[in-house]
Design a protein around this ligand. Structure first.
Ligand SMILES: Cc1cc2nc3c(=O)[nH]c(=O)nc-3n(C[C@H](O)[C@H](O)[C@H](O)COP(=O)(O)OP(=O)(O)OC[C@H]3O[C@@H](n4cnc5c(N)ncnc54)[C@H](O)[C@@H]3O)c2cc1C
Length: 394
């Protein structure tokens, strides 16, 4: 790797060690629930350093990082135990707005994404339109200078925190299901928007249903051309799959697993020294190193916002499976400590039991949440289908 990238990674690492507030670091380390205010505080710190949207163009407040530098940045943050950089604003809708939006939209929506004053949600999936996204039924009818939106979105991550939601809505019937879909920016405080939480087995509140009942959306909030959103929607999905590589998060989880394996005793010695366990950890470490190498190679040759191609689908599959494997091993390593699932530990401000190994609290919850990694961002079956068709020509 070039010397300046290595230096950059070290700069990010030492910045995290100095600037990440201790209480937030502790919550991440102990798998406790984070609140919007925690994410916002950290994002504002990054913004102060000029690192929110580093991959954005200079003209829009970014630093024009190439994909490899961006990946190194995000990987290092996660490895250092910083909160997940919630992507809906900075990684998803921001690039759509600066690539396809009007000048007025750029002026209005981009600055509060970078300053973390606006949180966004992604309104793509519907009850009968997940893998088959083009089957979406939410309708937007044009009435003079506004649209009237009716329908329902589902699995909407952090809609409970969102100030805005970007939505795919059908504005006309097209020859193909992909035609006639438009990309709308909707204020979550608009009359007629209702958010209902979906309870998930990990005990945290991530996902929601969002209902639109005659919601009036100013026509100026249409991004790009009416009925032509499929292009913008696909552009955004490439960003989503690339983020899904999450190699930093896996490295962070693996470090936690190693620490637990060093402190948990098995037959009179640390579990990490048991040959079968050590071999499984080594297997994960090797697969992670391979994933990182593929990411680095792919990104080193990418010039724009994100590379396309079936390699991105491969990264999504490998990464989600690795995330699941590492948490499965964690639960195995923790033994009886992996079993308790006490939602009290998920409350902001909860204190984990003093005698638990570091990283043990909330691990059952994390393990359960990551069951979803092979579903969200496009299920792994769908990724395999794309690879078969576009990569292998089957
Ligand atoms: C935790 C979580 C967070 C999410 N966050 C968001 C969000 O913020 N915004 C948003 O818009 N969406 C979000 N999603 C939705 C996510 O994108 C969808 O769940 C995903 O695309 C799958 O769609 P589905 O749930 O409708 O399943 P379905 O499409 O109904 O699929 C059900 C099963 O059938 C399989 N299947 C379907 N079609 C095929 C096929 N052609 N070939 C082979 N197998 C197939 C799938 O792989 C899956 O196993 C989130 C989901 C989860 C679980």
């Amino acid at each position: 790797m070039q010397a300046e990238l290595v230096a950059f990674r070290e700069e990010v690492r030492s910045f995290c060690r100095e600037a990440l507030p201790q209480d937030i670091r502790r919550k991440v380390a102990e798998n406790l629930a984070l609140e919007r205010a925690d994410h916002q505080r950290w994002q504002k710190i990054l913004h102060g350093r000029g690192w929110m949207g580093g991959h954005w163009p200079l003209a829009h407040g970014g630093k024009a990082w190439k994909p490899l530098q961006r990946w190194l940045f995000e990987q290092t943050l996660a490895e250092e135990g910083a909160p997940w950089l919630i992507p809906m604003g900075v990684a998803y809708v921001g690039p759509v707005i600066y690539s396809f939006g009007s000048e007025a939209q750029k002026r209005r929506f981009l600055p509060p994404i970078l300053s973390a004053d606006h949180f966004w949600a992604q309104g793509y999936s519907e009850p009968n339109a997940g893998s088959d996204l083009a089957g979406l039924k939410t309708r937007a009818e044009r009435h003079g200078d506004h649209y009237v939106v009716n329908g329902q979105k589902t699995w909407t991550t952090y809609a409970q925190w969102a100030d805005w939601i970007f939505c795919l809505a059908r504005t006309e019937a097209g020859d193909r299901p992909q035609d006639g879909v438009s990309f709308l920016l909707i204020d979550m405080t608009s009359p007629g928007v209702t958010v209902r939480p979906i309870a998930t087995m990990d005990g945290k509140h991530h996902v929601n249903e969002v209902f639109f009942d005659n919601v009036r959306v100013p026509a100026e909030n249409l991004v790009g051309e009416e009925g032509k959103a499929w292009r913008y929607a696909k552009f955004l999905l490439v960003q989503e799959r690339l983020i899904a590589a999450e190699t930093g998060r896996i490295r962070h989880l693996l470090a936690g697993l190693r620490a637990v394996a060093a402190s948990v005793q098995e037959a009179g010695r640390p579990l990490g020294q048991t040959p079968s366990f050590a071999a499984r950890i080594a297997d994960i470490a090797i697969d992670l190193a391979a994933l990182e190498a593929v990411c680095a190679r792919l990104l080193a040759h990418a010039d724009g916002d994100a590379p396309g191609g079936v390699e991105v689908n491969m990264l999504k599959i490998r990464s989600s499976e690795l995330q699941q494997r590492v948490t499965e091993e964690m639960i195995r390593a923790l033994g009886r400590l992996g079993i308790p699932f006490d939602p009290a530990h998920l409350d902001p401000g909860a204190t984990p039991p003093a005698d638990w190994p570091r990283g043990a609290t909330g691990m059952a919850s994390e393990f359960m949440y990551l069951r979803a990694a092979t579903i969200y961002g496009g299920s792994n079956e769908i990724q395999r289908g794309i690879i078969a068709k576009q990569g292998l020509g089957l």
